[in-house]
Structures are given as C-alpha cells and as structure tokens.
Design a protein around this ligand. Structure first.
Ligand code: TRP
Length: 352
C-alpha cells in the first residue's frame, strides 16, 4: 500500500517548544524517514501534504484584520521547522475549494447525532457559547473531507483529534456502502514526542492559551520558536523550580526541574559526540551547582538550538515571493489531486 500522509494545522498562533518537541519534529521525519526508522517499518511516503486550516480556524473567535498575517506566521514556522517543498506540499485550505465541496457532499451522508456528541464540539461550545453555529458542528466533516479528498491514509495528529479520525472513517464507510467503494481506511499517527510542560506550572502542558486552572499568562509559560535570545533568557530565569536545590530528574517529586532537564536534554548538542546529552550526563554536570547556574546554561542551550531555525525563518520572511510561490505551486498540484477524487465521488453520486 502506498503511504499518503496528510495533516492540518490551525493558524492560531506562534509555535512553541512544546509543539515542536511534542509533534512537529516527528512529523517532519515522515517526509523523509531516517534510515534507522525505515527498518522499523516507516517507509518513504508516496505523498505528503501539510495544510493550514484557515477555514477551520474561523469557526472560533478570530480577528479578520490580522488573519492573513497569522496564516503566514504558521507557514513561515513550518517552512523553518523543516517542511521541504520538494518532498511535501504546503497548502492553504481555502485555496483548494474541492475540500469544501466534498464537505458539502459528506454533509448529506453524515447524521447530526455523529457530530453533536463529539467532545471537541462540546468543549468549544463551552468556551465560546456565542459561536454555536453550524460551522462549529460541521468542523469534523470538513476535516474528513480534507483527509479523504487526497485518499490519505496516515494522518499525524494530537490525541485530542482521534475522535475526528474515527468520524472520518465512519463517513468513508457510510459513503462506500451507499455509493460504492471510493475510500480506504485512514490511520492516525500519534507523535511519540516529549510532553513538555509549562514553565510556570509543570502540572500543565506548555500551551499558548493559559489554562483556566493555573490562571497563568500563556506567554510566560511558553518559549516560542521565534523568541529572541533575551526573551528566552528572561523566561528561563523566571521558570518555576522545585523547593529543594538538587538538579535531579524526578517527575513526581520534582516536576519543574524534571521538565527543564527534559528540555535541556532534547535540545543539547554534545560537540564531540554530535548527540544530545543524556539526562544522567546533565545531572552529573550540575551535581554541585545551583538551579541558577543550571537555568543560565539552559537558556543558552535553547538559544543555540533555535538559532538555525530562526535564521531559516528569517530567510523565508525576507523573501515573501518565494514563500507565495511555494504555496501556489503546492496548491495547484493539490487542486489537481483533489479534482480526481471529487470527480469520482460526483460520478458515484449521480452528479455528473
Ligand atoms: N482539527 C485539527 C486540529 O485542530 C486541524 C485539522 C484540520 C486537521 N483538518 C485536518 C488535522 C486534517 C489533520 C487532518 O489540530
């Protein structure tokens, strides 16, 4: 079977270290699996598409005035994080109208009861009760269309999206049984990345939207991939630590320092071994040192790690023509692929 990878990202803000280490790093590897992974069964995919879900993100509160900038920010972040236009398509959802057209056709086979029971719908409604419109309810149908329009079969997502992947398979099955075989089963791909916690509250995941329970400002609890060295130093300095003084990994008793050790470990680069430092090696290094020493060095590790990312992002930022050209050429190819499926669907449905 040919591997066809598809994923979508809502343009809802700047990416942070938690996004990167938790998922994106993994997803980038799908474009071009390193050889040691190929032997584990991760084959080279036949098709890889990353989409900025600009039609999805308008189902929750947003600002039209800054929306295009927000979309471009995500595009730049992903290009800098490693989307390779030679290996993957990078598209904006609203530029490939076949997605919404297929979503309409799927609307006619999807029972309302499959949608209004979804946890994602209920949560969004609780957060913004005024946004109780058809688009919010229909969100997962558009997502099914995003995936199935390319006959994708592997979809990197976060755990919260699993109900949507199930629904995608339900819709595909129902369509096939009503009109004939068109769609194959879709599998979610959960990133095996690290769980990076908030710098202000190590019991909460690092997130740009502050959790209601912690009441913390989102910005202080996250290191964004575009943060300047000075901001990174300031945020690291203010990161909470545990009550004792030992730089030691202990997730239960010392969640704050354990989280910082994880970040240090994943971003470190031993100049001789060309490998990350193990947690143990880092602990040894700070055996007789203070949290202050540790945090000062951690800030430099983060700054150094992000430097190439930021340089690459700046290159794209300074060349908007090139970015637009990458998007438009991807979108043109995507429209051709999408048209094939849409024609097949319309034929089966008696629309041609
Ligand atoms: N709903 C996804 C999220 O919030 C974004 C998304 C839209 C998506 N369409 C998709 C993800 C298709 C995977 C496949 O994260």
């Amino acid at each position: 079977m040919k591997l066809k990878v598809f994923s979508g990202i809502r343009p809802s803000g700047k990416l942070h270290l938690g996004n990167y280490l938790g998922a994106i790093k993994n997803w980038m590897e799908l474009q071009d699996p390193p050889s040691h992974k190929a032997s584990e069964g991760t084959a080279k995919p036949a098709q890889v598409i990353f989409m900025v879900a600009d039609y999805h993100a308008i189902t929750t509160p947003y600002d039209p005035k800054t929306y295009q900038q927000q979309i471009m920010d995500v595009v730049l972040d992903y290009l800098a994080a490693g989307i390779d236009p030679d290996k993957a398509l990078l598209i904006r959802q609203s530029k490939v109208p076949q997605h919404t057209e297929l979503a309409w056709l799927f609307n006619t086979v999807t029972p309302v009861s499959w949608l209004d029971r979804l946890p994602t719908y209920k949560e969004q409604l609780a957060k913004a009760p005024k946004y109780n419109h058809v688009g919010l309810l229909d969100y997962p149908v558009l997502m099914a269309a995003d995936i199935l329009i390319y006959k994708s079969n592997l979809v990197p997502v976060g755990e919260d999206q699993l109900p949507h992947i199930d629904l995608t398979n339900e819709i595909a099955k129902k369509f096939n049984s009503m009109f004939g075989e068109v769609f194959e089963p879709v599998k979610p791909h959960l990133a095996e990345g690290a769980r990076i916690m908030s710098l202000k509250d190590p019991t909460q995941k690092m997130s740009k939207t502050p959790s209601a329970s912690s009441g913390q400002a989102g910005d202080e609890s996250c290191i964004f991939l575009v943060d300047t060295p000075d901001i990174i130093r300031a945020k690291t300095k203010k990161a909470v630590t545990d009550s004792d003084k030992e730089v030691k990994y202990d997730e239960k008793e010392k969640p704050a320092i354990s989280n910082l050790l994880t970040i240090y470990h994943l971003l470190s680069q031993d100049s001789i071994k060309k490998q990350v430092l193990s947690i143990k090696e880092i602990e040894n290094q700070y055996e007789s040192k203070s949290y202050v020493d540790f945090k000062n060095d951690l800030a430099e590790v983060v700054v150094n790690f992000l430097q190439p990312f930021q340089a690459k992002r700046k290159e794209f930022e300074d060349d908007p023509k090139k970015v637009i050209q990458i998007l438009e050429s991807s979108e043109e190819k995507a429209r051709q692929l999408a048209d094939k499926t849409l024609t097949e669907v319309k034929e089966k449905m008696g629309l041609l």
